[in-house]
Write a protein that binds this ligand. Structure first.
Ligand SMILES: NC(=O)c1ccc[n+]([C@@H]2O[C@H](COP(=O)([O-])OP(=O)(O)OC[C@H]3O[C@@H](n4cnc5c(N)ncnc54)[C@H](OP(=O)(O)O)[C@@H]3O)[C@@H](O)[C@H]2O)c1
Length: 197
C-alpha cells in the first residue's frame, strides 16, 4: 500500500506561512521558509530550477521522488494561484480538498468535496502505487485525525515568525511519532518522523 506523507517547511514556532499569505502574495511575510530550495549549488533531480545544499537535495529529492499524487487543501490551492492550472509537483496529479465547488479547475486537477478519506483514496488511485503527499496544515490535521498519515516531515527553518497559518492544530488524541532521521543543513533542519500505530 502506498504511504501518505505530510512534508512542510515550518518555522520553529510552527507556522507554514507568514502573515497575510494569499494569491499573488505567496507565503506573505514568511517567504524565507522556502529559501533553502534555492540557496545551494545542487540542482534538484525532481524540481527544475531548485538549487539546494547537498544535504537538503538528498532529503528533498528522496521525498519528492516518492510522490505520485498530492492532496492540497483549498487554502493552499487558492493561495498558490491554483498552481497555474497544474500541480505543485512536476510528476504528480493534484487533488484539492474543499467543501465547495471550484469552477476554475482544469482537467489536470481533481476536486473532492466529500472528505479526507475520499481525497486520499482519489490520490492513491492517481498515484498508481506511488506515495501521496499532503499540502496544508488543515489537510494534514484532517488526515492525522483520520489515521491516514504514515510520515510527518518538518523542514524546520530557524525563525520565529510569530504569526501566519499554523501547521499544528488541535487533535482529539495523542499521535506518537518515531524519529527516522534528523538532517541539519544550511538554513534548515530536516526532521523525518514515522507515525506510530
Ligand atoms: N510551508 C509549506 O511547506 C507549505 C506547504 C503547503 C501549503 N503552505 C501554505 O499553507 C497555507 C494553507 O494552509 P492551511 O492550513 O491554511 O489550509 P489548507 O490545509 O491548505 O486548506 C484548508 C481548507 O481545505 C478544506 N478542507 C480541509 N479539510 C476538509 C475536509 N475534511 N473536507 C472538505 N474540505 C476540507 C477547507 O476549505 P473550504 O472549507 O474553504 O472549502 C479548509 O478551509 C497556504 O498559504 C499555502 O501556501 C505552505
Amino acid at each position: 500500500m502506498s504511504k501518505v506523507l505530510s512534508a512542510h517547511a515550518v518555522s520553529v514556532d510552527g507556522y507554514i506561512t507568514g502573515r497575510d499569505p494569499g494569491a499573488g502574495r505567496g507565503l506573505g511575510d514568511g517567504a524565507m521558509l522556502f529559501d533553502w530550495y534555492f540557496d545551494g549549488d545542487t540542482p534538484s533531480q525532481v524540481f527544475d530550477g531548485f538549487r539546494l545544499s547537498g544535504p537538503s537535495a538528498r532529503v528533498f529529492d528522496a521525498l519528492a521522488g516518492r510522490v505520485g499524487a498530492v492532496v492540497a487543501g483549498r487554502n493552499t490551492y487558492e493561495d498558490s494561484d491554483h498552481f497555474g492550472g497544474g500541480s505543485p509537483h512536476p510528476a504528480a496529479r493534484l487533488v484539492v480538498l474543499s467543501h465547495r465547488p471550484a469552477p476554475e479547475m482544469t482537467e489536470r486537477q481533481t476536486l473532492v468535496t466529500t472528505g479526507i478519506e475520499d481525497a486520499v483514496a482519489a490520490a492513491r488511485e492517481a498515484a498508481d502505487g506511488r506515495d501521496v503527499g499532503l499540502m496544508g496544515g488543515g489537510v494534514a490535521t484532517e488526515a492525522l485525525k483520520a489515521g491516514l498519515v504514515d510520515e510527518v516531515i518538518l523542514h524546520q527553518v530557524p525563525i520565529l515568525l510569530g504569526g501566519g497559518r499554523p501547521f499544528f492544530r488541535a487533535l482529539p488524541e495523542h499521535v506518537r511519532l518515531r524519529l527516522l532521521e534528523a538532517v541539519p543543513a544550511p538554513g534548515v533542519t530536516h526532521l523525518h518522523y514515522e507515525v506510530e500505530r
